[in-house]
Write a protein that binds this ligand. Structure first.
Ligand SMILES: NC(=O)C1=CN([C@@H]2O[C@H](COP(=O)(O)OP(=O)(O)OC[C@H]3O[C@@H](n4cnc5c(N)ncnc54)[C@H](O)[C@@H]3O)[C@@H](O)[C@H]2O)C=CC1
Ligand SMILES: O=C(O)[C@@H]1CCC=N1
Length: 274
């Protein structure tokens, strides 16, 4: 986990299928980390201006003929995967590592598309990858060697931290927790701002206070190795205001969060059956 020391250009030729929010965030991290534009092919039907500028620097954008990549990163929506991924079928069978970031698309589905001998790694990143602060979890099939796992690790760590899972059975829980998790935190900001407004603060002031509180607390949690419970206790004076607030929150939040993550994980399992 952590660290960006590895030479990313050593991963070889990379093909990115789908350069939207997640694919674009990863590509930006790879290029910033030292992957050369000339190493990258991108298939994207609606390229952004930013992607067009990278093409002017030597990246191959929607090339007429694809060259076999060392790694193909599959970053289209799960619902698009069955239509988009078979276009890479010629690269199945062993020479190309298939690295999917799609929620709810099982490794077995890629093995059916690309052949069982194809090295496939399934990963779940999250959107803080856009600022190099993502956390990704990944796991591979039997054909994925340690070298393939190391390649995936380098690409994922270019946009944050990465952890290797024990197996694919953990992936839906990961998706429900860290894949979808940033949205829960953004909603927390919204809910805190609304609560501040309910106490009479102007909307702009309430939003500034809520947003900076979440940013500051997140940064503190990232830098201070103390357990989250200790950081919480550091805010909580006996008989004080925080204790009064937490008495309400801690009554409701654990079960609410358990149901939230379970609903997201269940949706991942549903997508796997679609
Ligand atoms: N947004 C998030 O927070 C996360 C998303 N993911 C996964 O990343 C994948 C992409 O999600 P987003 O980037 O959010 O979606 P997005 O909609 O921003 O990006 C998908 C991109 O695929 C392109 N596309 C559509 N059809 C295509 C085709 N046939 N060939 C090539 N490209 C095609 C679209 O034009 C679009 O730019 C999904 O599978 C999702 O489950 C994983 C973790 C977090
Ligand atoms: O909402 C989704 O399905 C994707 C996967 C995790 C975050 N966004």
């Amino acid at each position: 986990m952590g660290g960006n020391e590895a030479d990313i250009s050593a991963v070889g030729r990379v093909l990115l299928l789908g350069c939207g929010r997640m694919g674009g965030a990863m590509l930006a991290g790879w290029l910033a980390g030292g992957l050369r534009p000339g190493q990258v092919q991108v298939i994207e039907p609606h390229p952004s201006d930013w992607l067009g500028a990278r093409a002017a620097e030597g990246l191959a954008l929607n090339p007429g003929a694809l060259e076999q990549p060392d790694v193909a990163v599959l970053a289209v929506k799960p619902q698009m995967m069955a239509e988009a991924a078979p276009g890479l079928a010629a690269f199945g069978g062993g020479g190309t590592l298939m690295l999917s970031v799609a929620a709810g698309t099982p490794i077995a589905r890629f093995e059916a598309m690309f052949g069982p001998g194809t090295p496939i790694i399934r990963a779940m990143p999250n959107t803080p990858a856009a600022i190099g602060r993502g956390i990704s979890a990944y796991t591979g099939n039997a054909a994925a060697t340690e070298t393939h796992h190391a390649t995936a690790d380098i690409l994922l760590r270019a946009v944050g931290k990465a952890v290797r899972l024990e197996g694919e059975h953990q992936m839906d829980a990961v998706t429900g927790l860290s894949g979808s998790g940033p949205a829960y935190v953004f909603h927390l900001i919204e809910a805190m701002a609304a609560a501040g407004e309910a106490q009479g603060l102007a909307p702009d002031l309430a939003m500034t206070l809520a947003r900076e509180t979440v940013c500051g607390a997140g940064a503190l949690a990232g830098q201070d190795p103390a357990p989250a419970a200790v950081l919480r206790e550091n805010v909580t004076s006996p008989g004080g205001t925080t204790a009064a607030g937490l008495a309400v929150l801690m009554e409701e939040l654990p079960d609410l969060m358990r149901r939230t993550v379970a609903a997201a994980a269940d949706r991942g399992r549903e997508l796997a059956r679609d």
